[in-house]
Design a protein around this ligand. Structure first.
Ligand code: URA
Ligand code: SF4
Length: 181
């Protein structure tokens, strides 16, 4: 099921981002995981490797996962956009609209118990359009009978290390929730 969606993405030209991509960045991890992380869009390292969150932001994310004991087989990770926007600019609404159906199908196939949005862009798409990350990170929302929660984007922590304390608390909460699901 996921393989079929991946194949569709590999040849996708639904928005203009296909033109500059080196690789489609579909997702990685355990396809049966209870936990799904959703980021924004691939960056340079992701475009080159075809894997999400393998650059600096990914390395930082790994430290939080390790700190709360969430192993690699406990989650799947993907992005709203499967192709890299030029110069890592924010996704355009029409690009999100074009690509979101692939994520919806991934969610259906994986059927996670908890979705964690990495950053405001994913939270605005998956939780609510007016999501306020500074105020509402770490809070559990129920959307279409699924639990969702957003944390700061790891790249935001690289810019503002003062957010790191809150990030660790949110990850502790994610690990705790996971035990109950
Ligand atoms: N930032 C994202 O949102 N996604 C990635 O895959 C890498 C960096
Ligand atoms: Fe297709 Fe998504 Fe890539 Fe746009 S970003 S070309 S919709 S796979």
């Amino acid at each position: 099921m996921l393989e079929t969606i991946r194949e569709q993405c590999e040849t996708c030209r639904k928005c203009t981002l296909w033109k500059a991509r080196t690789n489609v960045v579909f997702g990685r991890g355990n396809e049966k995981a209870k936990l799904l992380f959703v980021g924004e869009a691939p960056g340079a390292n992701e475009d080159l490797t075809g894997k999400p969150f393998v650059g600096a932001a990914g390395k930082l994310l790994d430290t939080y996962l390790a700190a709360v004991g969430i192993g690699e087989d406990a989650y799947y990770i993907a992005n709203i956009l499967k192709c890299r926007p030029p110069h890592n600019r924010d996704p355009l609404p029409e690009e999100e609209d074009a690509c979101k159906p692939y994520l919806d199908e991934q969610i259906r196939a994986i059927d996670p118990k908890l979705i964690v949005c990495l950053g405001r862009i994913a939270a605005m798409r998956l939780i609510k359009p007016d999501f306020a990350i500074t105020r509402e990170h770490g809070r559990v929302f129920t959307v279409s009978a699924r639990k969702l929660l957003a944390v700061f984007h790891p790249a935001a922590l690289l810019r503002d290390p003062r957010k790191k304390e809150a990030m660790l608390l949110d990850f502790k909460e994610i690990a705790r929730l996971l035990e109950t699901l």
